[in-house]
Design a protein around this ligand. Structure first.
Ligand SMILES: [Zn+2]
Length: 671
């Protein structure tokens, strides 16, 4: 019998036939798909004919069709609807997949063909998009080390293996430190803590086998504890433990690991011909150079620090009114900021929620896409992997565009967070392929289901990613949809969040679940104001971490990363009452793997762009300006990675992004 994952999918729009797939099908399907892919790669690499774009690059694009099917089905259910069997499969698949793709990227004869095409690129008569795909393919091989030979090649393999194992140790040490520490609370220590914090502390106590409630180092418990506990001594104790993770000496200390990682990364970059690891990492990003990253961060740093200093004065005064003298400390900030928030603009979440019905917010996200891009959404009745999933057919002027799937509710089988993925990406080669895109969220169920304001933003955010996939209009799948630079990929999603805040959108769709009344103006203003509260602090703790990350990788690796961190913080004048968001011994973004190393800045980079891009609509006459909408689709949402991100942004905006709109949006300069 044929494996249902690998057979033809005779379903509406060829959506995966989830109902006929069992967990036992995954392993044989993956084995078969990897073998088929290996055979395809071998055929391409061993082709006796002179390399051509068609017999090499296009052949690579077309290869791995079975892999796409298995992985899209498996990772959809492994993330959104897991079970012990699927978790076990995921652990088994991940080293197999790493080895599979590493075999391809280190295939010397395959690389020779790509390199040969690259050398003759000007004679091949390629379209712009083909030239781009060739460049990316060649660059990918080179960056993976395919061009290295002899000792250099051997050393590269050693470096990769050692870096992978150091990253794992870093993560495990951090987890061990987080797991081991907890602080027991007596009943009277719970005073001042809201119900949800008390509940979390009691649950944590049970989990740790303590007699009563405890504070742990989990962000979801320690942050609210620091925010609400009036006990300054306990706040200090908890804060010190929290910021000492990975730096407690002994077996789990991460400081030497961090130093070795930085040294090996520098060596790796130099083997590949780059001056520094930052230069290597930023080559593929929109920012391109360390100087441009630093320049942008410093433009944000100065106004943020000014705001934070002014806020520190206010908070110090509040503390003194409590009879505490001496300077405001890092364990005081969140507590007094929370008091101030309550005094200045308390937002009653419970009163707000009935205005944010899930179904109406989905309608709102669709209605904006309709006004901006002419998309229409019709409910689609197809069997999916869980009864909570809903699907829509997306059309424009009667033409099929995509299938959109929403899986909105939290459940035990779903990992936390929210994400967007393409179960099938857009492409025109080797066949026309329309996208099947899914948004997965973790909203609470209810009748009707109601959202918090953060939830509603998340819904718009993920739908922005979905638009980037659904409106994609390129030939090759390897560059379609969200296959863009890391510091560019959050632009469509963060930009789309702005439409939730358009007053006419809230007026139409934020209607009360019982009365149908629109949200009162006063409440709307409170919501918008709450979003900019304490942004001096938030921006300072984040930007400081981003600058330290950059300094670690730009130039020679520091002998002692802790000294380097101190040096950077002294240079920028870090306010004493604000701790850096991620100190080096627990900076997992940078040391657990390569993902965000010299890339932690990218959250801010994207935010600068989304604020600047939305300002383009406002300048043009409104959030739904049709010419701007068309330009956004033509230059950013449909283009995938077919051009450099900077060129795409320039084409849309007519200039590079400036920080002004972000600073205004965060309330760091006057609007
Ligand atoms: Zn995102």
């Amino acid at each position: 019998m044929t494996n249902p994952i690998l057979s033809d999918w005779n379903t509406p729009f060829e959506i995966a036939p989830f109902a006929t797939i069992s967990d036992d099908d995954f392993t044989p399907a993956l084995e078969q798909a990897m073998q088929a892919h290996d055979a395809e790669i071998d055929t391409i690499a061993a082709n006796p004919d002179t390399p051509t774009f068609a017999n090499t690059i296009e052949a690579l694009e077309a290869a791995g069709e079975q892999m796409d099917k298995v992985l899209s089905v498996f990772f959809t259910v492994a993330g959104a609807d897991s079970n012990p069997k699927r978790e076990e499969l995921q652990r088994a698949f991940s080293p197999k997949l790493a080895a599979h793709y590493s075999r391809i990227s280190s295939n010397k004869s395959l690389f020779q063909r790509v390199a040969d095409l690259w050398d003759r690129r000007d004679e091949l008569g390629l379209t712009d998009e083909q030239a781009r795909v060739l460049m990316l393919s060649h660059r990918g091989f080179v960056r993976a080390g395919a061009a290295l030979t002899g000792d250099d090649d051997a050393r590269m393999q050693e470096l990769k293996a050692r870096l992978a194992s150091l990253g794992t140790s870093f993560t495990q040490n951090l987890l061990a430190d987080e797991r081991d520490w907890f602080m027991e609370l007596a009943e009277e220590d719970l005073q001042g803590l809201p119900g949800f914090v008390v509940d979390t502390a009691r649950a944590a106590g049970q989990e740790k086998g303590a007699d009563g409630p405890v504070v742990t180092l989990s962000r979801s418990l320690i942050v609210p504890f620091l925010q609400f506990s009036p006990r300054r001594d306990l706040r200090e104790k908890a804060y010190r433990a929290w910021t000492a993770r990975g730096a407690n000496g002994g077996e789990t200390d991460n400081r030497e690991i961090a130093a070795e990682i930085l040294k090996l990364r520098e060596e790796r970059a130099k083997l590949l011909g780059y001056d520094s690891f930052a230069e290597y990492k930023l080559e593929t990003e929109m920012a391109r150079t360390p100087d441009r990253v630093r320049d942008l961060l410093m433009q944000v740093w100065e106004p943020a620090k000014k705001r934070a200093d002014a806020d520190a004065d206010e908070l110090t005064q509040m503390m003194q009114e409590d009879g505490i003298n001496g300077p405001l400390e890092a364990w005081d900030w969140r507590y007094y900021a929370e008091k101030r928030r309550k005094a200045e603009h308390d937002l009653d979440e419970a009163a707000l929620k009935p205005y944010l019905q899930l179904d109406r917010m989905i309608e709102a996200s669709f209605a904006c896409a309709n006004r901006l891009f002419g998309l229409e959404f019709a409910p689609l009745d197809v069997p999916l992997y869980h009864p909570d999933c809903r699907a829509w057919e997306v059309t424009r002027k009667g033409q099929h565009v995509a299938v959109f799937i929403g899986d909105y509710f939290a459940r035990g089988s779903k990992r936390s967070g929210a994400w967007c993925s393409a179960m099938r990406g857009q492409a025109k080669f080797p066949n026309v392929q329309t996208p099947v895109v899914i948004n997965v969220c973790n909203f609470a169920k209810g009748d009707p289901a109601l959202l918090s304001y953060d939830d509603a933003r998340t819904l718009f955010h993920e739908f922005g990613h979905a638009l980037h996939q659904m409106l994609s209009n390129v030939t090759y799948e390897s560059i379609s949809g969200t296959s863009v630079a890391r510091d560019f990929v959050e632009l469509p999603s963060q930009l789309y969040e702005h439409w939730l805040e358009v007053p006419e959108v809230l007026a139409e769709f934020a209607t009360h679940a019982d009365t149908g009344e629109p949200m009162p103006q006063e409440m709307l203003e409170k919501v918008l104001k709450a979003a900019i509260f304490d942004q001096g602090f938030q921006t300072v703790e984040y930007v400081a971490s981003a600058l330290v990350d950059l300094a670690f990788h730009d130039g020679a690796a520091p002998a002692d990363p802790m000294d380097k961190q101190a040096e950077v913080l002294a240079e920028i004048g870090m306010p004493s009452a604000i701790g850096i968001r991620h100190a080096t011994p627990h900076f997992a973004h940078v040391f657990a793997g390569d993902g965000y190393s010299s890339g932690y800045y990218s959250y801010m980079w994207s935010e600068v762009m989304d604020a600047d891009a939305f300002a383009a609509f406002e300048e043009a006459g409104g959030a739904f300006d049709p010419e701007r909408a068309k330009s956004l689709e033509d230059n950013i949402l449909s283009t995938g990675g077919s051009r450099e991100a900077e060129d795409l942004y320039l084409a849309f905006r007519g200039r590079l992004p400036g920080v002004e709109a972000l600073l205004k949006g965060r309330g760091l300069i006057a609007a």
